[in-house]
Design a protein around this ligand. Structure first.
Ligand code: GDG
Length: 455
């Protein structure tokens, strides 16, 4: 690679050695190639300012753009998380519009475009992450940037019909077409993206799309985790209390940011339905749900929290005994090492989103298992992960009864079948390891033809 790698993402690590799968993968990519990472400064400022501020970096440069409180509301909480997030997750009913949202979103993207255009050379690879920066490539092109620009969209590509709920519907195809490589999580996402362009662009025989005089590629790059590191962390063991937790009862585990896309209320209902069908002599099964808070300033996130607390109270009220509570719901994050061990102790991993770009928890659960005596993954068909992880027990997250039956089947599954399914799932997890994912994405971008200047 002759130029630098320039990564743009909303979140940028501020610590020396970052944690978290994606952040680690990007950190490694940049450490290898000595590039530059641009993201939002974690603290807001009084008045908007242009340019980038240097953050302490280790082996590569980190630079941050600043947001005002108003921009955090309009760009981040507003347009990104109250318009684009529900739109892409098929929840247009939860979209909240304010004129200021689109204005703030575009203004922040323009400011980032000015800063990136000022420092990007023609041989650099610009790799942009997620729905916070959809118009960024178009803005960079308008400023004459000829470098290769890639997008990786971590969330589902929107369904064509849903796009009508976007006030910027007319501009959307032009935003996407300004990238050279549009990286998506699954083949289903690729199909949705191509459907958008089928009517208004030319689909080339080599799979690329020709729109507005330029060609770009749309490809699936399923993301994964740092498999070996996670498996190792899980195998360390977590002390006596954890082992006992697993021995006393059959543990089911769920780990999700508290987000309406993750299907938590239906998961609780399915657990309730499963318990309803249990006989009094049956071994006890309980669900440990870890759901750290997320985007709490957005109304829809407060609603889901209330709903979940009500449901947990209701199901526990019906089934709990003096020495046993069937649903343990922890509304706070746990350290990563503890999560890894809990996954391993749990006999069933419940991953039942209503919509999800990929879902890394599904992969973490599989990687954490003891291959000799693995637990069972119950996985929603609506998660991107389900496209390849077909040896999980796949369920429809809207069908409470089916999920209750899957819980039953998972707890009763014989060892030989558990091992066979786990082997197959582990192959998928290894094949999509985050280091491989990152290499595939960057290679595709490096191989893309250099775009011609606009105009
Ligand atoms: C977006 C897309 C896509 C969760 N609770 C705790 C904790 N976590 C960690 C998990 C996992 C990560 O957060 C969540 O990743 P997911 O993939 O499940 O979901 P999103 O946050 O919605 O991520 C998604 C992903 O981007 C990557 O492209 O897969 O579809 O929506 O790693 O373990 N970590 C710790 N404590 C917690 O309590 N330490």
């Amino acid at each position: 690679m002759s130029g630098r790698l320039i990564v743009v993402s909303n979140r940028i690590p501020t610590e020396d050695v970052p944690s978290g799968g994606l952040v680690v993968a990007l950190h490694e990519a940049l450490s290898e190639s000595g590039g530059l990472w641009i993201g939002a400064h974690p603290e807001v400022v009084e008045t908007a300012r242009d340019g980038l501020e240097d953050l302490a970096g280790n082996g590569y440069a980190r630079k941050a753009f600043r947001l005002t409180e108003e921009e955090r509301r309009s760009y981040y909480l507003g347009y990104a998380n109250s318009v684009l997030w529900p739109l892409c997750h098929r929840r247009s009913d939860l979209i909240e519009f304010e004129r200021a949202y689109a204005e703030g979103y575009l203004a922040v993207n323009r400011r980032v475009a000015r800063a990136v255009a000022a420092l990007a050379g023609p041989d650099d690879l610009i790799w942009i992450h997620d729905y916070h920066f959809l118009p960024l490539a178009a803005m960079l092109r308008a400023r004459g940037v000829t470098a290769r620009i890639g997008l990786f969209l971590h969330i589902p590509f929107p369904v064509l019909a849903d796009l009508d709920a976007l006030p910027e519907r007319e501009d959307f195809p032009g935003w996407i077409a300004a990238f050279d490589v549009v990286g998506l999580q699954t083949e289903a996402d690729v199909a949705r993206c191509r459907e958008l362009f089928r009517a208004e662009a030319e689909l080339l025989p080599d799979g690329r799309v020709r729109h507005g005089g330029r060609d770009f590629a749309v490809r699936a790059f399923p993301i994964g985790i740092d498999t070996e590191a996670f498996a190792k962390a899980a195998a360390v063991g977590g002390g006596e209390w954890l082992v006992n937790l697993g021995k006393r009862e059959d543990l089911l585990i769920g780990v999700d940011r508290l987000d309406y896309s993750k299907g938590l209320p239906n998961r609780f209902r399915a657990m309730g339905a499963f318990l309803d069908g249990q006989q009094s002599g049956d071994r006890r099964a309980s669900l440990l749900q870890i759901a750290p808070p997320s985007r709490e300033e957005v109304g829809a996130y407060q609603d889901i929290r209330d709903e979940l607390e009500r449901l947990a109270g209701c199901i526990n009220g019906r089934h709990a005994e003096l020495d046993w509570t069937p649903i343990r719901y922890i509304h706070r994050g746990l350290p990563r090492e503890q999560l890894a061990v809990l996954y391993r102790v749990a006999r069933v991993g419940l991953v039942t989103p209503l919509a999800d770009g990929m879902n890394l928890v599904a992969k973490e659960y599989v990687a954490a298992q003891d291959p000799e005596d693995p637990g069972v993954l119950v996985l929603s068909r609506m998660a991107g992960a389900a496209e390849a992880m077909t040896e999980a027990l796949l369920v429809n997250p809207y069908d409470i009864e089916e999920m209750a039956l899957a819980i039953d089947a998972a707890l009763a599954m014989p060892l030989a079948e558990r091992r066979r399914r786990h082997r197959a799932l582990m192959e998928v997890v290894r094949d999509t390891d985050v280091a491989r994912w990152r290499r595939r994405c960057i290679e595709a971008l490096a191989r893309a033809e250099r775009p011609l200047p606009v105009g």
